[in-house]
Design a binder for this molecule. Structure first.
Ligand code: G3H
Ligand code: ZN
Length: 281
């Protein structure tokens, strides 16, 4: 398949009542593994890469790999910029063929956040590319990016934020955290209040480590996209770590990389099945 447009992917998930997992990639093997995992279980999802991780390659390389790995597949997959940090990154990703974009300006004040999102929306909507924005900061660690601000999404600001910014989906801060070091304390009552006033579907960051029964319940509160980064990275890194522990002279990079692809692909497949209630955790 071709990379699927973000609006179409969101509409497809809504129609089928599915949660879309958005899996973070860093490199070729992770990208291959995510697509393999989604295709193995015939469920839709997104491959996403953060501005940080883009420094290792570039949007053109990621989009090229996506197109190659999607050849011969038959499940809808989109390509998303995660935690877009600059307008240059946004433009580079849209120009490379990314099919949805996140602009992360949640560290700015309300008005500045709206301004940043408006600018991104104006550009992306020319190309029919949906935009994810974030209101309320999400604590924790994403690779080398540490955020210590704990600022939950205020339901009183949601409607105005969405309407003025023009965003198409909204990332919320409801006790979710990035990474596996901190423990998420999900406030489902807060999510319910946000869902009641949000004109657009919602996004959950920091999916790794959140109990699956809570994630599944979020389907009732207009949640459409759930981000998983650390769970997949751990599966990847563990493969190499275990091999090295067993043999400090281990040098079979090809063999271990292939094994890492299998492990990550299995993790991705399990996650998309479980959050959609199609497999027991
Ligand atoms: O944007 C990416 C994520 O929110 C991933 O969070 O590493 O805790 O799963 P996680
Ligand atoms: Zn995130």
């Amino acid at each position: 398949m071709k990379i699927v447009n973000g609006f179409d992917l969101l509409a497809y998930a809504k129609e089928k009542k599915l949660l879309l997992p958005a899996f973070n990639t860093t490199n070729l093997e992770m990208t291959k593994a995510i697509i393999k995992g989604l295709n193995a279980v015939h469920l839709p999802g997104m491959v996403q890469i953060s501005s940080n991780n883009l420094h290792l390659s570039n949007p053109e390389v990621i989009a090229y790999m996506m197109r190659e790995f999607l050849k011969g597949t038959d499940t809808p997959v989109g390509l998303h910029l995660d935690h877009g940090k600059s307008f240059d990154d946004v433009k580079a990703c849209v120009d490379a063929g990314f099919t949805s974009i996140m602009v992360d300006a949640s560290h700015l004040n309300f008005e500045e956040n709206i301004k940043e999102v408006q600018k991104t929306v104006e550009y992306c909507h020319f190309y029919h590319v949906p935009v994810e924005a974030e209101l309320g900061a999400i604590m924790g660690k994403e690779d080398d990016d540490v955020n210590e601000a704990d600022c939950k999404t205020d339901p009183a600001l949601v409607k105005e934020f969405v309407e003025r910014s023009g965003c198409d989906i909204l990332a919320v801060s409801i006790g979710n955290v990035h990474g596996l070091d901190a423990v998420a304390k999900i406030d489902l009552a807060l999510l319910k209040r946000i869902a009641e006033v949000s004109p657009v579907p919602l996004v959950l960051h920091g999916g790794s480590g959140i109990p699956f029964d809570q994630v599944k319940q979020m389907r009732d509160y207009n949640m459409i996209k759930v981000n998983y980064g650390s769970d997949l990275r751990r599966a990847f890194i563990q493969t190499f770590g275990e091999a090295y522990e067993k043999n400090h002279n281990e040098a079979n990079l090809y063999g271990l990389s292939a094994k890492a692809v299998e492990n990550v692909s299995k993790t991705a497949a399990d996650l998309v099945l479980i959050i959609n209630g199609l497999k027991e955790s």
